[in-house]
Design a protein around this ligand. Structure first.
Ligand SMILES: [Zn+2]
Length: 389
């Protein structure tokens, strides 16, 4: 026996009674098959409803493709044989706005540019449709958005119809369907007809505003990200708060923040470059003054960072006849070994021997090698390497 889908004919039904016809394990949870349900199971790009079954939370609702049954996964157990169920109204209303919004927006792209929607995804934050277009410009997106919002304002009726398979080719569907049996069609008066099993609003006005929030270009396909209804208000509030905060931080009028931030960023890049130049000059100075005893420069640092350590080692090696053994104690113990061009010692081999003794990983070339994760005191490690020279 197939589960009767109450949401097919009444998406506004939020409470119902049903009989349990089967209870099965779904992972370590209980899955109920009911004789009828108003819970929407995940399908067609729309996620499942949530809610309560006899005051036990419903955590998932899925379709068993083979039997056509709907499995209600709950976070506990119920006694049966009948249950009383309630659907989370806010989640259902949100999904109706997003899914109906999608039908309206998808048809707008068909009417204006002849781009049929290839796939639809209703996400927790935003929704996406994929269009068979190499690119969608901002102007094209706004034109589709304008048409979609006009259809919303016209408050057209959204009807649920069932069309026999033999009549489906004359039904004027936006996209052909491969479903068998009577086809459920969502009919937006004078605008769009789509085969769909989703939950939809009664009139387009209930969708509320439709806003495109992003366009991603992929190969031969464009992904349009959008939101509808309550999500648009939430988005606008958040965007406004963000803009307000940036505006206060940088003391610029909200709509002038983009160019002001750009100018700050450019300045930051220039400053960073200057600091790097200064640091390099400081390292030159440090390297020139660095104490070298019998051709060996040996020192231990704290949190100097591996890159700075390597730069210093290379600069010290500008002096002929020098071997450099440096260690840095930070999140882990690191070492850098280097030598001048005129010295025949292979510091990568020296590092290998040192790692064999003190553990850790690393490698390099005969003139410059680095390692990390050694165990022992920095001084002891460097002294040992020094002895092995
Ligand atoms: Zn649909």
């Amino acid at each position: 026996m197939k589960t009767e889908r109450l949401y097919y004919n009444d998406p506004y039904l939020l409470e119902f009674d049903a009989k349990i016809i089967e209870a099965r394990a779904v992972g370590d949870r209980l899955g109920l098959v009911l004789d009828k349900t108003a819970f929407y199971p995940t399908s067609g790009g729309q996620p499942n409803d949530l809610g309560m079954i006899d005051d036990v939370p419903l955590v998932d609702c899925l379709e068993d493709e083979a039997s056509g049954n709907i499995i209600h996964v709950i976070e506990g157990s119920v006694t049966g044989p009948s249950v009383h169920a309630r659907i989370d109204p806010a989640r259902r209303a949100d999904h109706m706005q997003q899914h109906s919004g999608q039908h309206v927006l998808s048809q707008a792209f068909v009417e204006l540019f002849n781009w049929p929607t290839v796939s639809f995804h209703l996400g927790a934050v935003s929704c996406t449709i994929d269009l068979p277009a190499d690119s969608v410009s901002r102007e094209q997106a706004e034109a589709a958005e304008d048409l979609a919002n006009r259809i919303v304002r016209e408050n057209r009726s959204v009807a649920i119809r069932y069309i026999a398979p033999e009549n489906i080719s004359e039904a004027g569907l936006r996209k052909p369907t491969d479903r068998s049996g009577d086809i459920r069609v969502i009919d937006i008066a004078g605008y769009d007809r789509s085969a769909c099993g989703g939950t939809h609003v009664r009139t387009t006005g209930e969708i509320g505003p439709i806003l495109i929030t992003g366009i991603d270009r992929a190969k031969k396909q464009a992904r349009v990200e959008f939101i509808s209804g309550g999500r648009v208000l939430k988005y606008a509030r958040q965007a406004n708060r963000t803009l307000e905060s940036i505006s206060q931080t940088i003391s610029a009028a909200p709509f002038e923040t983009a160019s002001a931030v750009r100018a700050l960023w450019d300045e930051h890049q220039r400053t960073r470059k200057r600091i790097e130049d200064f640091e390099s000059e400081l390292l030159d100075y440090e390297a020139a003054q660095f104490p070298v005893s019998n051709g060996v420069a040996k020192a231990t640092f704290k949190n100097r960072g591996i890159e700075k350590l390597k730069m210093l080692a290379v600069k010290i090696c500008a002096r002929p006849g020098t071997v450099v053994l440096l260690a840095d104690e930070g999140d882990q113990l690191r070492v850098v070994f280097a030598r001048s061009a005129d010295v025949a010692i292979d510091v990568a081999a020296l590092l290998k021997k040192t790692l064999e003794r003190f553990g850790g990983r690393g490698g390099g070339r005969p003139n410059l090698a680095q390692g990390g994760g050694l165990t022992g005191s920095a001084e002891e490690i460097l002294n040992c390497a020094h002895e092995m020279l």
